[in-house]
Every structure is written in structure tokens, then in C-alpha cells.
Design a protein around this ligand. Structure first.
Ligand code: ZN
Length: 147
């Protein structure tokens, strides 16, 4: 079932991540420090190595792929909501190699920053909560229309 809600911008945080930090963990740290329960995130830059996931719809298990070499972050796009009551960053990333070939998927921890510029926009309003979704096996937003 399609569900949505109107949100309003509350604040925008713009900055760079530290060299050598874990991309997903650092974005989650900033989100937690700023108490962001609802928002969106984007970033560009480069990584020293990467780990991304692909959700197998048949087995309902994430398959992870690692790239142990430098890549550009062509695009990182994601959102912030609550999972188990805590701020949760869900981000997808497109990475490109020295020949311009791109790879993409679900950002996983184990992706190490070389340089990264990010923007995080927090929204006002009730948080979106992730709950187990029977149709997909994924923790998706639920009951958006209730509040
Ligand atoms: Zn994902």
C-alpha cells in the first residue's frame, strides 16, 4: 500500500567526513548527535574501499560485495527514520572506478572514506518507524497515515 505524509524542512547540516572513517557509521553518528529522526542525506566524494549490498528478493537475504580499491562516490542518496527507536540511515550509493564504470547498491558498513562532502536535511513532524514488512521481508516504514 502506498503511504505518504507531508514533511517540512527543519535544518540542514553540511560538512565533510574525516579521512579514514566508516561512511555509514559516521553518517549515523552525525544523525544521532543531531537527534535527527526524519530526514534525507546526500554525499559525494571518494572511498578507499567499499562494501555494498544487494537484496535478493527470492531468498530475502542481503548479498554483500566488497571493492578493495579506491572509488569515486558519484552519488550517495538516503533517508533517515527510526528503527527500533533509534535514528537509522538507509543509503544507496553509486561508485565509479578509474575507467568510469559504475557500481551501486545498498550502503553497508565497511566502506572507508577517502574524502566526503555531505548534506543532511532534518524534517519536522512525527518520525517514520521501520517495522517488518511481510510482502518484502524488509524493515519498511509503516502506518504513515495514522498520525
Ligand atoms: Zn537499501
Amino acid at each position: 500500500m502506498t503511504e505518504f505524509r507531508l514533511v517540512e524542512s527543519k535544518e540542514i547540516v553540511m560538512g565533510k567526513l574525516g579521512h579514514g572513517c566508516d561512511l555509514l557509521e559516521e553518517l549515523t553518528n552525525i544523525t544521532t548527535e543531531r537527534c535527527v529522526k526524519l530526514g534525507r542525506i546526500e554525499a559525494i566524494g571518494a572511498v578507499q574501499k567499499a562494501r555494498i549490498g544487494f537484496y535478493n528478493q527470492k531468498t530475502r537475504i542481503y548479498q554483500y560485495y566488497s571493492f578493495d580499491y579506491p572509488l569515486e562516490i558519484t552519488k550517495l542518496s538516503g533517508n533517515i527514520s527510526l528503527k527500533d527507536g533509534k535514528p537509522f540511515v538507509h543509503a544507496h550509493i553509486i561508485l565509479s572506478d578509474e575507467s568510469g564504470k559504475s557500481f551501486g547498491g545498498h550502503l553497508a558498513s565497511g566502506t572507508v572514506v577517502f574524502a566526503c562532502e555531505f548534506m543532511l536535511e532534518a524534517f519536522d513532524g512525527p518520525a517514520f518507524n521501520r517495522c517488518f514488512d511481510e510482502d518484502t521481508g524488509l524493515p519498511l516504514w509503516s502506518k504513515l497515515m495514522d498520525s
